[in-house]
Design a protein around this ligand. Structure first.
Ligand code: 5GP
Length: 190
């Protein structure tokens, strides 16, 4: 089923090409998102099956720390290529794919996979949870359950540029607007 389409990367990382599989070891994989929502968009995953944030407990703190370290190295490599890129690392409140995956995504949102308003809002509203915050919650023994109705609401809200006060009415208008920011920030890498 499509919900498990991230699992093959974790089970057989050696079977993927270097443009799909960025890095792996015994415990972690870093893959390129197949439908990138920005110039640089990666998924960092544990190789053992973990069904999302909700199944993590305090004993999984080292796993989350390892994901964050791995994401940090990925950011460092990307910044070496293009120092103008800015990144966030984190998790969607309500993921669409089952295997636990941390997004590492540049903050330009110029990507061929960015098509729907929900795509943009999922990375620019509270629907996106920074990894550092998630780790703090897990360490404190707080819940990582996100109420679907509450969080779906963020996806449906109006488009608002995450960098300035613009509120483009449509996705084409947003994309043209983001393109202008990206050119100014010199982050267009392809
Ligand atoms: P979620 O909304 O679950 O946090 O994000 C899932 C991510 O997985 C999306 O950004 C989507 O583009 C990406 N994705 C979906 N299917 C595949 C796939 O088969 N391979 C890769 N590399 N990424 C995928």
């Amino acid at each position: 089923a499509w919900i498990d389409m991230l699992m093959p990367y974790c089970e057989h990382p050696e079977q993927f090409t270097s443009d799909q599989m960025v890095w792996y070891d015994e415990a972690m994989v870093v893959v390129r998102d197949k439908f990138p929502k920005a110039q640089a968009h990666f998924l960092v995953m544990p190789r053992r099956p973990i069904d999302g944030l909700t199944s993590l407990t305090q004993k999984d703190v080292p796993t989350l720390e390892a994901l964050i370290n791995c994401g940090g190295s990925t950011v460092d490599k990307m910044k070496a290529e293009n120092p103008h890129l800015e990144f966030r690392m984190g998790f969607h409140a309500i993921p669409s794919m089952r295997q636990l995956h941390m997004h590492v995504i540049s903050q330009d949102f110029v990507g061929i996979g960015l098509k729907r308003k929900e795509h943009y809002n999922s990375f620019t509203t509270r629907f996106f949870n920074d990894a550092s915050e998630v780790l703090a919650r897990l360490r404190a023994g707080k819940s990582l359950q996100y109420d679907k109705r509450e969080y779906d609401h963020f996806l449906k809200g109006p488009l608002r540029c995450h960098l300035c006060s613009e509120a483009p009415a449509t996705m084409p208008a947003l994309k043209a607007h983001l393109d202008k920011h990206a050119r100014k920030m010199r982050v267009i890498i392809c």
